[in-house]
Structure formats: structure tokens, C-alpha cells
Design a protein around this ligand. Sequence first.
Ligand code: ADP
Length: 395
Amino acid sequence: MEKTIAINAGSSSLKWQLYNMPSEEVIAKGIVERIGLPDSIFTIKYGDGEKYEVVQDIPDHDLAINMLLEQLKALHIIASFDEITGAGHRIVAGGEHFKESAVLNDEQIKLVEELAEFAPLHNPAEAKVIRVFQKLLPKTLNVGVFDTSFHTTMPEVNFLYSIPTEYYEKFQARKYGAHGTSHRYVAHRAAEMLGKPIEELKLITCHLGNGASISAVDGGVCVDTSMGFTPLAGVTMGTRSGDIDPSLLAYLMEKLGLTDIKDMIDILNKKSGLLGLSGISSDMRDLEHSDDPKAKVALDIFADRVRKYIGSYVTVLNGVDAIIFTAGIGENDVAMRKNIIDGMSWFGCQIDDEKNNVRGQERIISTDDSSVKVLLIPTDEELMIARDVEALKTK
Ligand code: ADP
């Protein structure tokens, strides 16, 4: 049977999932962690709960992929490399060029590399991985699935910043958003769950994980999203600040004696958000188990920022049919979902405590008479990637 592999490569990791297509059955999945560091961890899960794990130095993505392919054969998950007819690669920045998933030839890979300015940690690693696939599996169709594609439908009024327009024209300084594959997946799934054509629905999708973003989706088309030029903007996140007044940067740099703006941005990316507010952890579970008042404030700020984005997107959409929760916090955090939705009864949104008492399971969690539905939908970016590959394979 033909197989498609969905690849999510970071600068030091490589997550993957192997599907039988078109049946969409997951036959194996795994992760290579700490690539380029001592004691890299290589894991494959397959079959009936079986697991293969090895800890050894894996200096680069080239070796990681080599090991992966060889091990798939050694574990009899595939009989030959030829079975893998498609590879879908998650790519963080697609800029304005990649409006949808695309077959990646040499020219397109160069474009992915050129977009490194927008995602310096991700795009170069992703381009490298695609080239390794081209070399090791020359017959396999490589497809790029871009985090930003779903957001390229945003109108100018929502993607432009109120700065001189020439900065957009000359330097492409604009809002791009992120998590697009997840927002696209849950929006379409929501339409199926609600039994209505997506074209008729106004949806607000909340991807709440370590990174978090909210999107306004009108008739299946993204019209606004909370992340910005980079994934630093929007709501409070695990370690990222979300929206702040940019003047604060100059003020704090002076106070902290910083001279390089990159150090300040680093603080906003890695030491802020829930971690910065609480001083305890970036992980929602740690904060919920803590008695520290700062943890409580961090939780309240998180809920407040998500709620404010939902409120503003009700206005952007001029109404809303359903609000969707997904990703680590959205899928698992019963109390946070309730905290966010409580206080939205003014536009007819009510959580059903019993239905909401669930983790990681597709379900409508609002009351039957709630005029705005609230849905819990576990995201599946890998499946979306595999489907996009399949669609381009048969084109
Ligand atoms: P990433 O953006 O790294 O993919 P995830 O989507 O895995 O992140 O989300 C991680 C977040 O989900 C963490 O803050 C974690 O605490 C939270 N989370 C996971 N499980 C639970 C749970 N049972 N209750 C509350 N929060 C949870």
C-alpha cells in the first residue's frame, strides 16, 4: 500500500508520522530529539503499542532521516523505500508566496530558504530536511504545508500594521499568523460536527498550546488571526508575552542595560508569558497545581487575553456560530475552558459543565440552548499534512 510520511522538523528535532494512504491509517510515528547535541533520542512507536528507542549522538538531520528510513525497514514497517510515495513537510513561514500547500521542486525549496528571514530557526532546517528526502527518496513527492497559508486570505485591513505602508511594500512587513494547519483542520472538522457547510459558518478557532493563537474564520476563510509578523504576538503564551506596547522595549532596554534588541526580543519569547508572570513555570498544569498568588494571576491573564480576542473576533465576523478549542490547553484544560467562556453569556455562549468535563475528545461542550456552540476538537496537523500530500499526488 502507498504510504505518506508527515514531517515536522525543528532546528533540533524531527517529528514524523507514517500513514497508509488513502485509508489514513497511522502505521508508525516517532521523534528524533536533541539533534546536534550529545545523547540524541530516537524513538519509533508502531504496531500494537511497540516502541523502539535508541540514545546516541545524531549530529545532523541527514543522519536522523537515514536512521529513520533504515529502521522503518529493519522493523518491517515498510518492505522498501518505494512504498513511501509522498512526504509532507510542515514549513513555518510561507510568506505571501505560498497561499496553499505546494509540490516542492528545487525552485520552491530555494524560496523556502529565502523566507528564512521570517523564521530563522525553522525554514533553513526544513529546507535541509526536504533536500535530504530528495536525495534519499528520489521518487517520492515532496509537498510543503505552510503554517501561514491558511492566513493568506486575510484582507488588507487585518494584515496591515498601522505603520508607513512603504514598509509593507518594500519589506513585506505585515501580519502573517501561524498554526494555520491546525486552525484549518479544526474549522473543517467543526463544520462536519455541526452538520453544516463550512461556507455558512462563522467560527473562532482557539489553538491553545505552549504557543497559542486565535483565528476568525468566515465561511471557511481566515479573515483575522492573533499572531503577527512572528508568533510572538497575540495572547499570553507559555513563555511568550503576546501583545505589548512596543515603547516598553526601549524603556526596559535602558533599565536592563541591554544594547542589542535581539536580547530584549529573546526575553519576550523565552522568559515572558505564563513563565514570566508566575516565576514558576510555563506549563499550565504546574500553575494550576500551585498555591502561589502569582500563578493565579498568570492563569487569569491567560483567560482574559483569550477572551478579549474572542470578543474582538465576534465583531470582526459580525457574529459567531461556534468557538473551537484545540491543542494542549484547549483539549485538556477543563477549568481554563470554563474560565474563558464564563462571562460570555452576553452573546449567548454557555458551557455545559458535564459535557465540558472531558479531555482530548471531540465533543460539543456548550449547553443545548447555547446559541453559540463551543466545541472541543483535538487538532491533527499531521493528518492534514498527509491529506494535502494525497490531494497533490492525485492532481
Ligand atoms: P506545543 O505548543 O508545545 O505543541 P501543546 O499543544 O502540547 O504545546 O500544549 C502544551 C500545554 O498544554 C502546556 O501548557 C500544558 O500544561 C497544557 N496541558 C497539557 N495537558 C493538560 C492538562 N491535562 N490540563 C491542563 N493543561 C494541560
